[in-house]
Design a protein around this ligand. Structure first.
Ligand SMILES: [Zn+2]
Length: 402
């Protein structure tokens, strides 16, 4: 009931806003003309959305945006993989070493590491602040389902600041704001996937359901962008703060640190897979690049140039995609993660859980290298043997060692 009431209340505000807008239709016509040249940016962040979630849930909208845009499923969050630290890094173009938001316990009056520079007391300058400083009359909005996000940016930088109670309301508010105001920059935060991760666990059917719900909420916002008439001039970034493992996050595993990063729209390459590393703090730098906003030296994020049309990035260090390490089939008693001990004769069967790559192994405890034997068929071990194996792709070590 409470939720319904809130939605109704908001709907009436929007109706009133539309009414007022028509009074000023002349101004809006002018803005529309300007809009045909101006780039708009919408960043949509889903708390706790992992690459695994996108790969295993049914997500037609995300899939379309990946096909029509540039993306990587191997962007990296910052450590610790906590929400505050990562949302801060996403909007501040810097990591915890710079902005000082090192944990979820951070508050302006409860912090350990002060920010290296600040836009207002105890706060490192965010993308909201920079846009406001350099584009004083533009519309900037933040709609966030998690109230904690609200303490991470400069309140006077935005003209629309909403903390809706539900994910549905978040989508409704963001969509209305986009349609009515045609803002220069809109930031939307959804929290419900993280709730499913904590309650049911990452990789559970409930988690994937939450990702599927995110897909329909994303579709709602994309529809609003189309209806606003600014779709041709809008760049959208979709990402998340962290992944998760079991019922949590905060640690250093690949499942927690890898996040999706999807760019779509104006100036962005189509059906392009990003080859080089993307970091959490590159998000804000990419927004700044699209909006031609100058960023301070204090920022360390760089725009994901590779995703933009006409940009060609080449160096010898693309992201090494980490594959799953080899599995020992029917593990014998005594087999440990770092090797195996067998008391009797044993058959060694190694399996590659990935769709590609080959297993190379050693039987003397040494690290497998590209020169090590390739596993092709089972091996009979007659004495205690330490087996080490890993996945190689084109002679490159591409997994951890089993
Ligand atoms: Zn989070």
């Amino acid at each position: 009931m409470l939720i319904k009431h809130r939605v109704k209340k908001y709907t009436s505000i929007i109706t009133l806003t539309i009414g007022m807008t028509s009074l000023w239709s002349c101004d809006y016509d002018k803005l529309d003309k300007m809009g045909s040249e101006t780039t708009h940016v919408v960043v949509i962040g889903f708390d706790g959305l992992s690459p695994d979630g996108l790969q295993n849930a049914d997500t037609p909208t995300f899939d379309t945006m990946i096909e029509e845009g540039a993306s990587t499923m191997h962007a990296r969050a910052v450590l610790p993989t906590s929400s505050s630290t990562n949302w801060a890094s996403m909007i501040m173009g810097a990591g915890p070493e710079q902005h000082g938001i090192t944990s979820n316990a951070w508050e302006r009056d409860n912090l350990t590491l002060p920010a290296v520079t600040q836009s207002e007391p105890f706060l490192f300058p965010s993308i909201f602040h920079l846009i406001r400083e350099q584009r004083t009359s533009e519309k900037i909005g933040a709609i966030y389902h998690w109230g904690g996000f609200g303490r991470l940016f400069e309140k006077n930088a935005v003209d629309f600041d909403e903390n809706p109670a539900t994910e549905e309301e978040t989508a409704v508010n963001a969509s209305s704001y986009i349609k009515v105001e045609k803002p220069l920059f809109t930031f939307v935060h959804f929290d419900h996937i993280d709730h499913a991760g904590h309650e049911f666990g990452h990789g559970t059917k409930e988690y994937y359901h939450a990702v599927e719900k995110a897909d329909s909420l994303l579709a709602e916002i994309m529809k609003a962008i189309t209806e606003s008439g600014m779709a041709d001039n809008t760049m959208v970034i979709i990402s998340s703060d962290h992944g998760g493992k079991g019922k949590g996050h905060g640690g250093e595993s690949m499942e927690e640190i890898e996040i999706p990063f999807i760019l779509w729209g104006k100036g962005i390459k189509k059906d392009y897979r990003i080859k080089y590393p993307v970091y959490q703090y590159d998000n804000a730098a990419t927004v700044a690049h699209a909006l031609q906003i100058k960023t301070p030296r204090a920022w360390i994020g760089r725009p994901v140039l590779e995703a933009f049309e006409g940009e060609n990035v080449e160096d010898g260090y693309p992201t090494l995609v980490q594959l799953k390490k080899p599995r020992l089939n029917r593990p014998a008693k005594g087999y440990a993660a770092d090797g195996g001990l067998f008391n009797d004769e044993a058959q060694l069967v190694l399996q590659n859980p990935n769709a590609y790559g080959e297993i190379r192994y050693t039987l003397n405890g040494a690290m497998p290298t590209k020169e090590s034997n390739t596993f092709t068929q089972s091996i009979v071990l007659k004495e205690n043997t330490v087996v080490k194996s890993a996945i190689f792709v084109a002679d490159k070590l591409s997994s951890r060692v089993s």
